[in-house]
Design a protein around this ligand. Sequence first.
Ligand SMILES: [Ca+2]
Ligand SMILES: [Ca+2]
Length: 268
Amino acid sequence: MLATRIRRWKSVALATAAVMAGLCAPALTATPAAATTTAYDSTYYKNAIGKTGTSLKSSLHTIISANVSKISYSAVWDALKVTDQDPNNTSNVLLLYSGVSRSKSLNGGDVGDWNREHTWAKSHGDFGEVVGPGTDLHHLRACDVQVNSTRGNLDFDNGGSAVTNGGGSTVDSDSFAPRAADRGDVARMILYMAVRYEGDDGFADLEPNEKVGNGSNPYMGKLSVLKAWNEADPPSAFEERRNQVIYDTYQHNRNPFIDHPEWVEAIW
Ligand SMILES: [Ca+2]
Ligand SMILES: [Ca+2]
């Protein structure tokens, strides 16, 4: 325990020194699996630090389920205009999978509009649009209406052919792959849902597995691919801001895998 603490202090000191030397970003992103430190480790994540496996998963479930505020499905529209705001144009939202920047006012259901994508497909566990997993902002994203329809309830896997206006996303008969820049985001959203929903709150226990074609079962694949995507596409400034806005303004809980992407490997 003492050794762990000393290592942590040491890594904080090194990170601080790196910031002061202006070398922070390359030093901290060169090895994605390395332990990261955040401003929340001694507070929000206090009871999870140092744990691995099911112990870490259980601890994180308790942390991210405590004192959560939930919003209605209709309130999700306005929330996404804040969480998914284009950093280069405050009148727009950035759309998941395609990367398109589109006017916030074009929310709706017509071609050319954006709507509310359940990254964990709402049929997988059948939670629909009910307050809870159906309205959890950590996996709800602004998405082009047609691209959302193409994704449907497909599991995630590599391969397929290009999605029309999909920004490089691909699809085949049983799976969907986001454009490269959104792959880590999707992995961390799916795995947040697996930790947040454990079957103790009236909803299904959501879990990743190695399959595609999960249908209405409360599973989402493929875990090995999601793990690789988490490594290949580390958290971006957009994703970190989004996590912070949800924590500060809406739900008051965090996605642990955006703060600590190495916890994906620590659990799975
Ligand atoms: Ca990304
Ligand atoms: Ca679960």
